[in-house]
Design a protein around this ligand. Structure first.
Ligand code: FE
Ligand code: CA
Length: 532
């Protein structure tokens, strides 16, 4: 369910949007996007998207960008532009239930976020936009079931870590083909850096238009725009609403809160860069007004309900965290810190920040759904790995850099009696199935929650043997695979959660196939995945 403190803004139509003015609108001539008359340009090069589904509506999104990679980041437009939208109960738009006007403002990169409300729960709708004499592609979105309603089945899929240059987005194409009700993007949706060396160039399938690391608003806007020109990603966004959080590469590798990974970058300079990145994120994602950047924060964490069946809690693991422990003098990049790094286990350290932690634990205490899905960016389980000297240590940039917060989170879950908690994550470019334990040093301790982490859409896996050589030190890991790309697909019913780890045959093959690498069942009332 939506966070109640935000309910007023969640359900209020955006002030920029005038709803229900069908008769007053002089509708522009609607021209199919592939049949533009002479002299007209297609402003819908980035497709359409929907997100944040509620029982009575969702966000529909587009961005006008006749020249998506225009150097100034403006998409080929300068002035604000009017846009109209329609939401219908059928794909042919015979029964249009909402119709209105929005403004694509230059200040927000000519993006349009319409919070559609007043719809019926638990059913599909079709939507489209028109502007500049052209019409967008048609998108489909499903409203969430009514709060507390019985739900037989929900299908969702999640993905992370899609570097444009390293491969085709076949994972996204196969996700769309599964016809999910909901899609989760768990971070590294874009990458801020490009590959430059000769050695790397030989293995790339395509190039970023900008090779320098992006650091300003025009750069981040163009990076999202480039990724959104991909037909597989457009198809995925058009087929289902999404929930989205970010990881580091939406801003910069391994950043934490206001700290760049580069020790020489002052906090003020990094915060300026982060603000530009967060703004471009907002402009390109189908998120609600409460995610609009303010000088204080850009809020992406939230709660979304699917009737009595499931609650999704989406977390932000980057914006509010403590600085990584035991940073080396020359770089704040994550590394495997040895046991002598006592900073790591400091109780005051937080991954989520005090406010998000309090909000999360309060939500656990009030959880009523059958399944409590926590969607976030990182592997949660404690993983002992070998440092350069061969000693066992922990990676400082993930949850292993913040074990006190992890313990508070799992303790809060255990005490809350929230049913069937399942964590989903990304970032580590590999598939993981783990048991999240009350005490990771005691294999006999209770399993508090189940965890699934998805492989990267295109990114490289971890170095060979980085984890396979330490599996005996991590008995709560049930499965690990770091040599394939892919995504995770879930079928949820009141009795069980069926999870498939889906492998993509070859990221370099535009027509790559998908196959189930492993399948797991989580049964209602029994934490921990069992191989199907
Ligand atoms: Fe990544
Ligand atoms: Ca990452």
């Amino acid at each position: 369910m939506p966070d109640t403190s935000k309910a007023a803004t969640l359900y209020a139509p955006s002030r920029r949007v005038v709803l229900g003015l069908a008769l007053a609108l002089a509708a522009p001539a609607l021209i199919g996007r592939h049949a533009l008359a002479d002299g007209l340009v297609d402003p819908f090069t980035l497709g359409v998207a929907s997100g944040d589904p509620a029982p009575d509506g969702f966000v529909i999104w587009t961005r006008l960008a006749p020249q998506p990679l225009a150097e100034d980041g403006g998409g080929g437009l300068s002035a604000d532009a009017p846009v109209t939208f329609e939401v219908a109960e059928d794909p042919g738009f015979r029964t249009v239930v909402r119709r209105g006007r929005a403004r694509a403002s230059a200040a927000l990169g000519h993006s349009v976020h319409v919070e559609v409300a007043g719809l019926k729960p638990g059913r599909p709708y079709w939507y489209r936009f028109a502007a500049m004499g052209a019409q967008s592609a048609v998108g489909t979105a499903r409203t969430a079931p009514a709060a507390g309603a019985a739900v037989d089945h929900l299908r969702f899929a999640f993905a992370s870590c899609s570097h444009w240059e390293l491969g085709w987005f076949s994972a996204y194409r196969h996700m769309a083909a599964e016809n999910p009700d909901l899609v989760l993007f768990l971070g590294d949706y874009i990458y801020e850096y490009s590959y430059k060396s000769e050695r790397d160039a030989a293995r790339l399938v395509r190039r970023h238009d900008r090779r320098e690391e992006i650091i300003d608003l025009a750069g981040y806007r163009n990076r999202y725009a480039l990724y959104r020109t991909d037909p597989d990603l457009q198809a995925l966004h058009a087929c289902a609403p999404c929930l989205v959080t970010w990881d580091d590469h939406e801003v910069q590798n391994d950043y934490a809160n206001r700290w760049s990974q580069d020790v020489a970058t002052p906090e003020a300079a990094f915060l300026k860069r982060r603000r530009a990145a967060y703004q471009a994120f907002y402009e390109h994602m189908p998120v609600r007004r409460w995610s609009r950047p303010t000088p204080e924060e850009t809020r992406v964490y939230g709660r979304f309900g699917y009737g009595a069946l499931a609650d999704f809690t989406v977390l932000d693991g980057r914006q509010y965290r403590s600085i990584q422990p035991c940073a080396r003098p020359d770089s704040r990049k994550g590394w495997v810190a040895p046991a002598s790094c006592t900073d790591r286990v400091e109780p005051a350290r937080t991954m989520l920040g005090a406010r998000q932690e309090a909000w999360l634990y309060d939500g656990f205490g009030r959880a009523k759904a059958q399944w409590n899905i926590i969607a976030q960016d990182l592997l949660v389980a404690d993983i002992k790995q070998r440092d350069r000297d061969g000693a066992l240590g922990h990676w400082t940039d993930g949850w292993d850099g913040y074990p006190a917060n992890r313990k508070r989170m799992l303790d809060a879950l255990a005490q809350s009696k929230a049913r069937n908690p399942v964590f989903l994550g990304g970032d580590i470019h590999s598939f993981w199935t783990t048991d999240l334990k009350a005490d990771f040093n005691n294999p006999g301790s209770a399993t508090i929650a189940t965890e699934f982490v998805g492989a990267a859409v295109t990114q490289d896996g971890p170095p060979a043997n980085a984890f396979t050589s330490v599996m005996q030190d991590n008995p709560h890991v049930k499965f690990y695979n770091g040599v394939t790309n892919g995504y995770v697909s879930v079928d949820l019913t009141p009795r069980r959660m069926d999870t498939r780890l889906v492998a993509i045959s070859d990221r370099r093959d535009k027509a790559a196939t998908a196959s189930t690498l492993k399948a797991y069942v989580v049964e209602d009332g029994r934490p921990g995945a069992v191989e199907a």
